[in-house]
Design a protein around this ligand. Structure first.
Ligand SMILES: [Zn+2]
Ligand SMILES: [Zn+2]
Length: 139
């Protein structure tokens, strides 16, 4: 049975992805990531006017990081996107970063982002809120 999800079974391997970058690319990505973190740190910890400028710097830094990593193709898609299995509702499935921990492959909820009425883990890949629904579909 093909599961109706666009979450890949494999996780994004940031160690392998990092190792695939050239030293120059690593420097670009690393500096952009530091800009982002420092901007957010200022935004959260400083009063205005530094806080306001920090939030705008964070917005710009995230844009710059996305442009550096994705639009300039420093990180090749195959590290985090793969074709879906034949017969799937989706054309692509996505390898999530490890940082999120366990994720429900039906709804995308996770440990720190539970479903509205609360949920737990029915299986390693399905939350209790989705577990009953999956059975309804199968019945
Ligand atoms: Zn779920
Ligand atoms: Zn859930």
């Amino acid at each position: 049975m093909v599961e109706p999800t666009n979450i890949a079974a494999l996780r994004f391997d940031s160690t392998a992805a990092w190792a695939s970058l050239t030293r120059d690319q690593q420097e670009l990505v690393g500096r952009a990531a530091l800009d982002l973190v420092v901007a957010r740190g200022i935004a959260e910890h400083a009063p205005d006017p530094a806080s306001r400028a920090g939030y705008e710097a964070e917005r710009l830094a995230l844009g710059a990081l996305l442009e550096t990593v994705l639009d300039a193709n420093i990180l090749e898609d195959h590290h985090w996107v793969e074709p879906a299995q034949h017969g799937s509702d989706f054309t692509e499935v996505f390898r999530l970063p490890e940082v999120i921990g366990p994720v429900c492959h039906a709804c995308g909820c996770s440990q720190e982002d539970a479903c509205g009425d609360g949920c737990g883990w029915a299986t390693e890949m399905i939350c209790t809120a989705c577990h009953g629904k999956a059975e309804d579909v199968a019945a």
